[in-house]
Design a protein around this ligand. Sequence first.
Ligand SMILES: *Cc1c(COP(=O)(O)O)cnc(C)c1O
Length: 380
Amino acid sequence: MNKTRDVGLYRELRTMNTPPGPEMWIDGRKMLVFSSNNYLGLANEERLVHSAEKVLREFGVGSSGSRLITGHTDWHHRLEVKIASFKETEAALLFSSGYLANVGVLSSLPEKGDVILSDRLNHASIIDGCRLSQADTVVYQHIDMEDLEKKLMASSSYRRRFIVTDGVFSMDGTIVPLDVLMSLAKKYDACVIIDDAHATGVLGENGKGTSEYFGVQPDIVIGTLSKAIGTEGGFVAGSNELIEFLLNHARTFIFQTAMPPAICAASCTAFEIIEEGNIKQKVLLSNVKKIQTSLREMGYTVIGDCTPIIPVMIGGSHEAVLFAEKLQENGIFAPAIRPPTVPDGESRIRLTVTSDHQPEHIDYLLECFYSIGKELNIIL
Ligand SMILES: *Cc1c(COP(=O)(O)O)cnc(C)c1O
């Protein structure tokens, strides 16, 4: 542990003393939060709390068993039907988290003699799924479709090829060029697995995710309920055949206690709210644009596409940490991301924004970025 401490990688817990929202009491101090995944503000939304409460009274707190033994309820079924219809697939299967959904799919579906082509910046749960798989893994450069094609061409001796990618990348805020990726997959007869954790509820006209944004349908869509949906749990959406396979083979499904029914009920309500209209989503994306545009006008390098993940490049890890500390002194909670999470010299402040952030929250954030940037000579 001393070694971890020495290289500045020591991690510590902070205690939230209030429910999720733009303003939270953290370790006893009121902070403005620009680092949560509660993109649509649903985690503490009254209608979700009400649905959960009602089902909590009917079904109790825990689910008491795995889905295949005593844990499956009508609420699990209803949520799976809801997810399949939202993602426009034949069927869907719940997992207890997005992490477990990725590990479950990647460790069961690709077999010995197959290959998984994986983006270099894919989420840790995809990397762990690849490690558990009997298939070989080949990593291609981040959203580099030329490199992917080269690696597809070089892998023709494998029995089956799978391409796995995040929809929106969690540290860079980039969106995968899914239309191009899908046409490569078609050309080389590969199966596409997309992890839509940060895109579900956010991308596309109706918030359906990366598929809707590009108007294409990948073979397998994985997602989480813990970000824009505001609850907990993960899912896989795809064909009936795929879901039947996973129900019989994915170890993180079979050997895991089912999600609590009350959380399933709250998740159903979240999808209903999203389906009622895209007002929250519109506010979210206008908040994103406001922050990106203003920071760029100040002279910051802001990377990524139009997503709620807004990485602001600072440079050295020392400067990034200092920047985050100064933000904190000003009551703003946003983390510095540094090596080894990102390459040397690419340390950044990773902002995330939600539809609940008010104009005055954003104005204050921008004021702080202006004064700290000047003070530390990051902007001129
Ligand atoms: C958050 C995240 C996950 C994990 O989802 P959980 O439900 O929190 O386990 C998986 N993939 C990506 C890309 C994520 O950002």
